[in-house]
Write a protein of this length. Structure first.
Length: 232
């Protein structure tokens, strides 16, 4: 790992450690460098304006001051391109438009040199984005999920039969290259998986969901996981 990328990563590690902080020895072990190197990195971060505190003695360590004014978001070019690639490759994912807007906000505050390097590197990454459902359908499904309200959909089965159903959204799931809306179907009085690309219409109703939970769907496949942001 280049030093610039390590500085970004160390800063993120300190942010995630919160008020408990993190020892120089732990950071050195995590990043595969010496304690002396980590302390030089911490000095460099502090000199750049990062609000780093230190606590000496047993149980001491380093952290970022709570409530302090942080410098603008700082990413390495590779991190910036990773975000752009992930969002571009998953244009059919739930909340993809919001994710793209978030990435644009991050890119807008990068320093000009990093942004230029990220733009150059981005030109070396191609993605084959899948066709996306209509914006109106996606918006309705996303709103129903976020607000936990019943969504009324017109759904076409694999056999071509169309039906209108009221669904209590429980989760979105990606499997076999497709996105699914998983929810309690009031027509069938059971949990059902609906392929999002087969939903012809969708509208959010004023009816609140009755409380069906993810646990009712069952255990996810061994290679599936929620999209929590890291281990914290």
């Amino acid at each position: 790992m280049k030093r610039t990328e390590r500085l970004h990563a160390v800063s993120e590690a300190l942010r995630r450690s919160g008020a408990r902080g993190c020892s120089a020895e732990r950071l050195a072990s995590d990043f595969g460098v010496s304690v002396r190197t980590i302390k030089r990195d911490l000095d460099a971060l502090e000199n750049s304006g990062a609000p780093i505190w230190s606590r000496p003695g047993p149980g001491g360590g380093y952290g970022l001051a709570t409530g302090a004014s942080l410098p603008p978001v700082s990413l390495s070019p590779s991190q910036a391109v990773a975000l752009m690639a992930a969002v571009s490759a998953a244009a059919d994912a739930p909340y993809a438009d919001l994710a793209a807007a978030g990435v644009r906000k991050i890119l807008d505050v990068l320093d000009p040199g990093t942004r230029a390097k990220a733009d150059e590197l981005a030109g070396r990454v191609w993605v084959n984005a899948a066709p996306t459902p209509s914006r109106a359908i996606r918006s309705a499904l996303e709103e129903a999920m976020a607000e936990q309200r019943v969504v009324r959909i017109r759904y076409v089965s694999r056999a071509g039969a169309a039906s209108t159903r009221d669904v209590e959204p429980v989760l979105f799931a990606a499997a076999n290259g497709q996105w699914y809306l998983v929810g309690w179907c009031r027509l069938r009085d059971a949990m059902r998986w609906f392929i999002v690309s087969r939903i012809e219409r969708a509208g959010v109703t004023a009816t609140a969901c009755s409380g069906h939970t993810v646990s009712e769907v069952g255990e996810p496949p061994a290679n599936a996981r929620p999209v929590h942001g890291g281990s914290g």
